[in-house]
Write a protein of this length. Structure first.
Length: 185
């Protein structure tokens, strides 16, 4: 596994001076194939779970914060590290979910559930998760959906948020925003 603490220290350094930087998608860490439907029209099977990334100094795992923006293996693109707690309401909710549940999600089904909860938060928000209606709908294993519901309903009281690696338009050629927890000391 990649050294998460060093990577997160690097990401936190980017947060203090939010200059855009290049990250590269390495591959899947742990998760499952799920079916998602966006806006009641586009249905597809996709991977949901933790992903592996690296920048020039470190490697880390994260979850996707942009279900509408696919990413390909070895794809490199530019992001800006932001604190999710300073984002709009849906980003704040997703960041709180990641802050509390990222380390708890260990099995492929739990990692898929974490990802589903983040996508639900970003796409629909609201006081409770509903994977059967809204802009974002999903079908997954019972265990993945149960973990997603639990994580969504209890994002915890951590108001510090998570690192939100938001894609930029500055020559990035696309990419996919990511969320990963801050280093815990």
């Amino acid at each position: 596994m990649f050294p998460l603490i060093g990577a997160l220290t690097s990401i936190v350094a980017h947060l203090t001076a939010p200059q855009p930087f290049v990250i590269q998608y390495v591959g899947e860490a742990a998760g499952l194939q799920v079916r998602v439907c966006l806006d009641g029209r586009k249905v597809e099977t996709c991977y949901a779970g933790k992903l592996l990334f690296r920048d020039k100094d470190r490697s880390w795992s994260s979850v996707c914060a942009a279900v509408r923006a696919p990413v390909g293996r070895r794809q490199a693109y530019v992001v800006q590290a932001l604190n999710s707690s300073r984002g709009q309401a849906n980003v704040k909710l997703a960041g709180a979910i990641v802050a509390k549940w990222f380390d708890q999600a260990q099995t492929p089904a739990q990692c898929a559930g974490l990802q589903l909860a983040v996508w639900e938060a970003i796409e629909d928000g609201g006081s409770r998760a509903d994977f059967g209606s809204g802009h974002f709908m999903a079908q997954a294993s019972t265990e993945a959906l149960q973990f997603a519901m639990m994580a969504y309903q209890d994002p915890g009281g951590d108001t510090s948020g998570s690192a939100y690696l938001k894609t930029t338009d500055k020559g990035s050629g696309g990419g996919q925003s990511q969320m990963t927890p801050f280093t815990r000391t």
